[in-house]
Design a protein. Structure first.
Length: 174
């Protein structure tokens, strides 16, 4: 039973990041062109009030660039046709940022779960430790489907309960 899963970020990310980016650009331009310095109130206002108008403009524009970058990454993942996860007879391949690579089934030693991440532990052909990261959210396959595919090739690695239930022990192997 082979499985391929694609990354599918939620649409709300775009709905939030587009206005946030535009608002930060507006704030940066306003801070750069305003003759009267704004006085901010509330939490964190001390930092903004201590900056010059140019410093505030830079602050807001850098934040806008970061939002635009996150938006670009979300759109790229949403429109991409590349598989984020592949489970087949050869092993498991993850293309998730922070844990990319492939582990053959004989090299896999155990699985762990931390929050919304499944980690596949094993060793590479040179004998060094290797850990793949698999995001259990933002995929077009459920964690039940992922664990069923793992269990089809390595029953000793699959747990008896669904990962979505959050009832599995952190170390699924032992």
């Amino acid at each position: 039973m082979s499985l391929t899963a694609r990354a599918k970020p939620k649409s709300w990310i775009v709905v939030v990041l587009v206005p946030a980016t535009l608002g930060l650009i507006w704030a940066g331009v306003h801070a750069a062109t305003s003759d009267t310095p704004e006085q901010f109130q509330g939490r964190g206002s001390g930092l903004l009030n201590a900056l010059s108008p140019t410093g505030r403009a830079i602050f807001f524009l850098v934040a806008a660039v970061l939002c635009a970058g996150a938006l670009g990454m979300a759109l790229k993942a949403r429109l991409s046709t590349a598989n984020a996860l592949e489970i087949d007879a050869d092993g498991i391949t993850s293309r998730t940022l922070g844990g990319r690579g492939t582990l053959a089934w004989p090299a896999v030693t155990h699985l762990t779960r931390q929050g919304a991440w499944l980690y596949v532990h094993g060793h590479n052909p040179a004998g060094r430790r290797r850990k793949l990261a698999v995001s259990l959210i933002h995929l077009d396959k459920s964690s039940d489907e992922i664990m069923a595919a793992v269990g089809a090739y390595r029953p000793d690695l699959s747990g008896s309960r669904a990962l979505d239930a959050g009832e599995l022990p952190r170390d699924l192997h032992g």
